[in-house]
Ligand binder design. Structure first.
Ligand SMILES: NC(=O)c1ccc[n+]([C@@H]2O[C@H](COP(=O)([O-])OP(=O)(O)OC[C@H]3O[C@@H](n4cnc5c(N)ncnc54)[C@H](O)[C@@H]3O)[C@@H](O)[C@H]2O)c1
Ligand SMILES: O=C(O)C(=O)C[C@@H](O)[C@H](O)[C@H](O)COP(=O)(O)O
Ligand SMILES: [Zn+2]
Length: 384
């Protein structure tokens, strides 16, 4: 763990986590009210022009504050583009609005695209930045738990395809991530819970003490206790930064794929139900339980660990069963196009051993996966 206190603190409680990627390294600033400290952003913006990309929900809440933070130094020209809100708009068609705006405004290669919003805005803005004139600067100002603990860090950018989640995209790192935890005050409860799903993930894949802390503090998080939120965001970013630094591009032998725990099932749920019906974190929660069930069926984890996972996600008000509408066959066909499939073989992130340990493997009995899918689909249909 290597969270480092920033020498130039915007506030006493600001934390800085570094993502170490050589000459593309960048800081993640985390703190309450950081949007009032525009210098933290401006010092990482090399050119004169910024395009803020946001959506119609976030714009009335935070666009003017963000614009002010950028304009304060008197050096920048700031434009914005406001996208429709929703996972169903995370598409190439909608992304073109960003390029249209940049071209209309005659933005050159020195421009910075700034994502102000959740994971949808962040993933889209990063991909737009990666492609515009073959690459302009990119900055992340995440405003959801999901984006503050996960999506703003690590450079996975892109859009969905009707046949699969995040299928079109690029690895493209931001120059800075500015996390103002005060923005979470306006986040709906359902979105808060969705983000917690990925927080639980870090505990399961590599940080057992964090999982235990979550078991002790879940209610504080749901009540938005500022100390609990700040700790969970920082610890999540430390975990994500370490994984990304070790394996930036998710190599087949590397560790980054572990961040995909529950996602092969979860992405199948998001695609199968239609983007936007289940939130990403909700789908990942159900997918995590399914991955844990398979791990247990394979004899790789104890029943007691499986029960702890179900209990913690339930306390977080997250689903632990897939949608009743989905069949095992539908799961099989959607999971077959997962990005981790290698030479036609499905690879999954499964838990193995004590809490905090996992493997990325295609080496499991496929009959056990069928058992998991059949069990969960039947159970969900019966409870509908
Ligand atoms: N790139 C990655 O590594 C990565 C990691 C995790 C998730 N993701 C992606 O992120 C997306 C999910 O992100 P998300 O959960 O942030 O969803 P989101 O971006 O759709 O935001 C959730 C909702 O909250 C609203 N919102 C955002 N900030 C708000 C605020 N402060 N106050 C009030 N409302 C606010 C948004 O307008 C939206 O309606 C998915 O597309 C997922 O695939 C990517
Ligand atoms: O950063 C990563 O790597 C992750 O896998 C984080 C995930 O939480 C995130 O949902 C990511 O977008 C999934 O990536 P994908 O490659 O499976 O689409
Ligand atoms: Zn995710």
């Amino acid at each position: 763990m290597h969270a480092v206190a920033a020498p130039e603190r915007a506030s006493a409680s600001m934390k800085t986590v570094h993502v170490d990627l050589g000459d593309r390294s960048y800081p993640i600033y985390i703190g309450a009210g950081l949007l009032n400290h525009g210098e933290l952003l401006r010092k990482h913006i090399p050119g004169k022009r910024v395009l803020i990309v946001t959506n119609e929900t976030i714009a009335p809440l935070y666009l003017e504050r963000c614009r002010k933070a950028l304009l304060e130094g008197g050096q920048l020209q700031v434009d914005d583009v406001i996208l429709p809100d929703g996972e169903e708009y995370k598409s190439l068609e909608v992304l073109e609005k960003v390029w249209d705006k940049a071209l209309e405004c005659r933005m050159d290669r020195g421009t910075t695209f700034l994502a102000l919003g959740g994971g949808v805005v962040g993933d889209m803005t990063g991909f737009a930045a990666a492609c515009y004139q073959r690459g302009v600067h990119f900055v992340q100002v995440p405003t959801t738990v999901m984006s503050q603990v996960d999506s703003s860090v690590g450079g996975k950018t892109g859009v969905n395809h009707p046949l699969g989640k995040n299928m079109i995209g690029a690895f493209y790192q931001p120059r800075v991530v500015l996390v103002d935890t005060d923005t979470l005050a306006s986040l709906p409860d359902r979105e808060l819970a969705s983000g917690i799903s990925e927080v639980v993930k870090y505990g399961l894949i590599r940080d057992a003490p964090f999982f235990e802390w979550l078991e002790a503090n879940m209610e504080r998080l749901l009540e938005r206790d500022p100390g609990a939120i700040a700790y969970a965001v920082e610890r999540s970013c430390i975990n994500k930064a370490e994984v990304v630094a070790a394996d930036e591009r998710e190599s087949s032998e590397g560790v980054r794929a572990t961040l995909n725990l529950g996602h092969t099932f979860g992405h199948a749920i998001e695609t199968g139900t239609g983007y936007g019906v289940w939130l990403h974190g909700e789908a990942v929660a159900a997918g995590t339980v399914m991955a844990a069930d398979l791990s247990y069926r394979l004899g790789w984890i104890d029943k007691s660990l499986y029960d702890r996972i179900v209990s913690l996600l339930t306390r977080a008000r997250l689903p632990t069963l897939p949608p009743a509408s989905m069949t095992a066959d539908q799961f099989r066909s959607l999971m077959a196009v997962d990005k981790k499939v290698l030479a036609g073989k499905l690879r999954l992130i499964l838990l193995r051993g004590a809490l905090g340990n996992c493997v990325v493997t295609g080496d499991f009995d496929p009959a056990k996966l069928d058992e998991t899918l059949n069990h969960f689909c039947a159970k969900s249909a019966a409870s509908a």
